[in-house]
Design a protein around this ligand. Sequence first.
Ligand code: ADP
Length: 450
Amino acid sequence: MFKKVLIANRGEIALRVLRACKELGIGTVTVHSTADADAMHVRLADQSVCIGPPPSQDSYLNIHEILAACEITGADAIHPGYGFLSENAKFADILEAHNITFIGPSADHIRIMGDKIEAKKTAIKLGIPVVPGSEGEITSEDDAKRIGAEIGYPVIIKAASGGGGRGMKVANNESEITNAFHTARSEAGSAFGDSSVYIEKYLGKPRHIEVQVFGDGKGGGVHLGERDCSLQRRHQKIWEEATSPVIDDAARKKIGNICAKAVQGLGYSGAGTVEFLYEDGEFYFIEMNTRLQVEHPVTEMITRIDLVNEQLHVASGAGLSVTQDEITFTGHAIECRINAENPDTFVPCPGTISHFHVPGGLAVRVDSGVYQGYKIPPYYDSLIGKLIVHGRDRAECLMRLRRALDEFVVDGIETTLPLFRDLVSNEDMQTGEYNIHWLEKYLEEKNRAR
Ligand code: ADP
């Protein structure tokens, strides 16, 4: 096992990794910008190194400074968390050249999955069901129209290098292709420096369902069931659950085994998430994330497996600590992302937290990097914490979640807590009948009713 791990991240995820390291007796180093000198990830680590000024480009994304911090402290591995450098293949290459272990998959796997066209081709080869569409890049309007006629409208034109829901345009019929094609290409070019796009069928009312996978890097691999992340705003997840309200044991086993086989076939190493849209009983691959996800705790709650501990084991060469047969699913878990944002407009609201009280009690978990008196800097993501609740079944989980949300106090700034208090009592949320467009419609109606 590693002697000392450097955590190249901040906020709740830096703490999450720190905790797993401490439990394993591994020394911890964190890095921070000047804006984060008072942050919890700095206070709780054995050592912390200041790597630059507030902008991420100059600190959390500054590879030179992070490498220097590694060298100064003698860390033998780096955990990237999520976001920042977690899916940066060049970073993984550089670490390898410096004999520092990157706690994640190989640079090649990051590269393949970072290009959505390559990822889709790879998925097809591995027997994963995909959304019908072009086999690769489309380079002209005529290409788009030809494929549109084949697969039927509506269609969506997406950036090969896309991320965060950007560079996607829907065309409802052939006359909308010209606009969609050119807008998607120019958005992709300016946002990602790569204007290649592809086309696929636009699904009208899908759920977003993703499968957690783990590979040992030697041809072994398992799945840890699915998460339902259909509650989204502008393609951003805010509420996630495991298991999905619409997936039964047989469907879980079937899609899980397809994903586990794919991971084995790739020789993949570490944690990954295979994301699907799910409609009318069918799964359609959209992408694979080659890192730990924000919503990983719901999987931990129903499997009782510490995913970061598993990442550390695999990266150190010790392999996976569990076999597929040993992975079982108990009860139901829901996560709410508590953001420092206005709950109606989602405009970020940094500032000082004047009062902070987290809920407790049976099966309630709060992953957060903030504390009372903490001043949230305006430079980073607005996620300040995650409330995760487990119950023997979905009904019990919802009851417990309602109680926990009532107990949660964050004063001095605006947060998304009031939105979750409304959602937990909503009828569609109670029955689990929602898809990826549900939240946007709900918010529109709420604003209209004002
Ligand atoms: P990103 O990497 O930008 O998050 P994804 O390919 O994962 O892009 O898609 C993000 C979201 O966009 C999905 O969760 C879904 O809401 C929507 N989306 C993507 N592809 C389709 C499609 N073919 N049909 C309908 N919605 C889609």
